[in-house]
Design a protein around this ligand. Structure first.
Ligand SMILES: Cc1ncc(COP(=O)(O)O)c(C=O)c1O
Length: 465
């Protein structure tokens, strides 16, 4: 059986998540089910915050949890209660931030292709806008003028990491990090950013408060962060020169992209090396940033340093539960056992044939039993969906509960309604307590947006609900 991390434990043969018996959770709330640990989420936030705060005496540190990793209101409220800010992308995520009680000064409105509506809303609420193109500067100026209220803006930059040479990206090992971080759509192209500086300087409607960058999880190596931060400061220097008056940013965000040790990382090709600790990461980022700012004669006094973890904050906070409904055994042609479960690849963000288990897993009601056989754990849709091929398990029977571990980030938000399946709900465990934080969908939810034009009405017998 696989080893696993806190807040999981085995008690009386059952898997526990915090102080909740996972088998009882499956019984009470049904399966498939996403489950999140409040304690783990709180712990992750404070680890992150403390790692940076203790290394950044120059000013405050604000952890801006990326809402996209788990955009559920109650999950966000846990983080808000602890003092965590947030990075949002688009109107939907801004709404989660507001419903999640995040103070407006702790919200960043990020993302590409922002329209007037979101820019106006951000300015109205006093939220700083992270610009992704020159068009957004125009929108900010125009909307700020209409509102008679100055907009606080941050520029999202694209550091040119050419000192990394041919260092490959873990996403696509035949592409370099340097190339991928330039070819990606996000951020203001440097050639378009530099001419924005005099415009910003002259504007009476925008106030340049900070600088931002975010690169996806291209690498876990220290050299990646060193290069990102050093080359970010190269751009900050150019902006400072353009702004004059010894301009220095009040806020600098180095984005997210820090790996979670147990992440599934289904979109990352190279995963076979370890993540640094959060402390190592914080050390690399803060020392590189401090040194580079000093070398360039830029002040860091009172500078608010922001980090935007998504996967690193949420990944290990979640487990996903599925029940075995049918066990089939072929012996005539080959020797094969299938455990048919009620979850799916479309609820777990995995491919159809998983030769090595994409997750650590535990059979929750047989958590202390040794593996005695190898079976295929398959899903409920009409896809091929072999979620785990020849996975070692104790003897499996209908009713057994599989717990897939470390499913807290970027999994639930990607679920879809393939085969017209209602999507699973989410439960938050807090010690001995467990509460719904997102109810499971019903068939009415699945068909809730369907519309039947008049000429198709009355075809077939009326469907009784
Ligand atoms: C602007 C921004 N910040 C932070 C994140 C979080 O990244 P990660 O989950 O890799 O830490 C993302 C993810 O796409 C992002 O776009």
């Amino acid at each position: 059986m696989n080893s696993f991390n806190d807040p999981l434990s085995i008690r009386n043969g059952h898997l526990y998540f915090e102080d909740c018996d996972v088998v009882e959770l499956a019984k009470e709330f049904g399966t498939p089910l996403f489950v999140v640990s409040e304690r783990k989420l709180v712990e992750n936030y404070h680890n992150y915050h403390d790692a940076f705060t203790s290394r950044w005496p120059e000013g405050r540190v604000r952890v801006m949890g990326a809402i996209k990793a788990n955009p559920v209101t109650a999950i966000r409220r846990v983080l808000t209660r602890e003092g965590c800010g947030c990075d949002t992308f688009g109107m939907g995520e801004l709404e989660v931030a507001l419903r999640g009680g995040v103070p407006t000064e702790d919200i960043a409105v990020n993302g590409s292709i922002k329209g007037r509506e979101i820019i106006r809303r951000a300015i109205e609420l006093g939220i700083h806008v992270v610009l992704d193109s020159p068009r957004e500067l125009d929108y900010c100026e125009q909307e700020a003028e209409k509102l008679g209220k100055k907009a606080d803006i941050i520029l999202r930059l694209k550091p040119y990491m050419k000192d990394l040479g041919d260092e490959p990206s873990d996403f696509f090992p035949n592409r370099t990090i340097c190339d991928m971080t330039q070819t990606v759509k996000y951020g203001i192209p440097t050639s378009e950013m530099l001419p924005m500086v005099p415009k910003i300087k002259a504007s009476q409607w925008v106030n340049l408060v900070g600088i931002h960058t975010h690169s996806g999880r291209h690498s876990k190596k220290a050299i990646f962060w060193q290069s990102l931060v050093r080359n970010l400061v190269v751009l900050i220097k150019q902006i400072s020169d353009g702004m004059g008056d010894n301009w220095s940013p009040h806020i600098v965000s180095v984005g997210g992209g820090f790996a979670a040790e147990h992440d599934l990382e289904s979109r990352v090709a190279v995963t076979d090396y370890h993540s640094p600790t959060v402390d190592d990461y914080a050390e690399t980022v803060t020392t590189t940033f401090r040194d580079a700012m000093k070398e360039n004669g830029l002040s860091v006094d009172g500078l608010l340093l922001e980090v935007e973890p998504g996967r690193a904050l949420h990944n290990e906070t979640g487990i996903h539960l599925a029940k075995v409904h049918v066990v089939k055994h072929e012996t005539a042609t080959i020797d094969r056992i299938w455990a048919e479960t009620d979850t799916s690849e479309v609820f777990l963000g995995i491919g159809s044939l998983n030769v090595t288990p994409p997750f650590k897993y535990v059979v929750a009601n047989k958590a202390d039993q040794e593996a005695t056989e190898k079976i295929d754990v398959v899903g409920i849709t009409c896809n091929y969906e072999c979620m785990m091929e020849q996975a070692p398990v104790p003897q499996i029977e209908p009713g057994d509960i599989f717990a897939f571990l470390n499913t807290g980030s970027y999994i639930e938000p990607y679920t879809c309604n393939f085969n017209a399946l209602p999507r699973p709900g989410m439960v938050l465990v807090s010690g001995y307590k467990a509460n719904w934080v997102k109810r499971p969908e019903t068939l009415d939810d699945v068909f809730g947006r369907d519309m039947v034009p008049e000429h198709l009405a009355g075809i077939g017998p009326e469907v009784k609900k």
